[in-house]
Design a protein around this ligand. Sequence first.
Ligand code: AKG
Ligand code: FE2
Length: 378
Amino acid sequence: MPALVNSNSRPDLVPWTEHPATEESLDWAPLATIDLAKFDQPGGKQQLAYELKDAVKLWGFWTVINSGVPEEMLKRQLDIGNTFFNLPLAEKKKVACDFAEGNYFGYREPHRFIGNSDVKENMEMLNLPKYTPEYDSLPRHDLIEEYKDEIQPFHRLIWDAVVRKLFVLFAIILELPEDYFVERHHYDKPSEDHLRYMIYHPRNAEDDAKIGGQWSYGHTDLGSLTLLFSQSVAALQIQTPNNEWKWVKHVPGGITCNAADTLSFLTKGYLKSTVHRVVRPPADQANLERLGLFYFVRPGNDVPMVPAPSPVLIREGYLSENEAAAEEQNPDIVKGLEYVRARVKNVHTRKSMRHAQDNRDVGEVFRVKNLQIQDFYA
Ligand SMILES: O=C(O)CCC(=O)C(=O)O
Ligand SMILES: [Fe+2]
């Protein structure tokens, strides 16, 4: 549907309509619910940290409710995302991810084949950097500029209302100063954080069968924290502590959150970066467009990937006192930007998208200096 021009001379939005939730009863993951309305109440942070502890240690995924992000703002963001994906391809490609540099800002076109099949990726995305002076001069699409007055405050609000609070809770859990993780991920400091609009286009059953119904292979997220504004089309699955796949259930108005790799590095694996994947939705949703809105938190560009000196990590045997000091001294320590760029480059400069049925790379370990990680699961 073409976008119309209104009196402000910016295009009208192509409204996004939320689909009904699936009627199927799937094997849902029992995720903890973190009610952020309690955060500023007396004793609230401590209570929430207590409730979050097992979730981040064992499951790596949880759901935030009462985030303080107004519903109307959220709806507008989905409309902006929908409008963007309706633009002609040439327009979308005007600001594209520069994967040769490991740079994830911009538009990613779904042009790769999956494994050695003749089936193409079905997902497009647009990643928008923070609205801070370091990123002022980066190119942005006309549509994004035209709706800057709505995107900019939303971008910032997610960090202030949700990201900051979760980092405080992690610090309380690990008995660190409350600003320990906040400082290392601050909105006002340079980092590869981005707001993402992402759409999966339905695929016919025959093509999906060729790739085992797997829309994205098992992976852990490479940054520190991922926020996914809960969406009604079921497709996301996580690997449970018993290595079973379970579906993530839609929580209207909620945010599905997960800890990711760099946060796991900073805590020696205490905060769990859980493997997850995206699969063909259940039959009653298999023909629907699946539009998602995310915020990906990356570590600050200059943050060294060394474990936090947490008494909990030492007490529970994740870290020895000597080890913490030794890593600080290591001249080869990777910093946030270097790590993130190397990971993005490794994943996205491959000719075809990796896939479980194309077994070659499963279990492959990716290394950057002192860090190593498995970045592809079946
Ligand atoms: O689409 C989803 O639900 C999850 C996507 C995802 O895992 C990712 O982009 O890293
Ligand atoms: Fe992911």
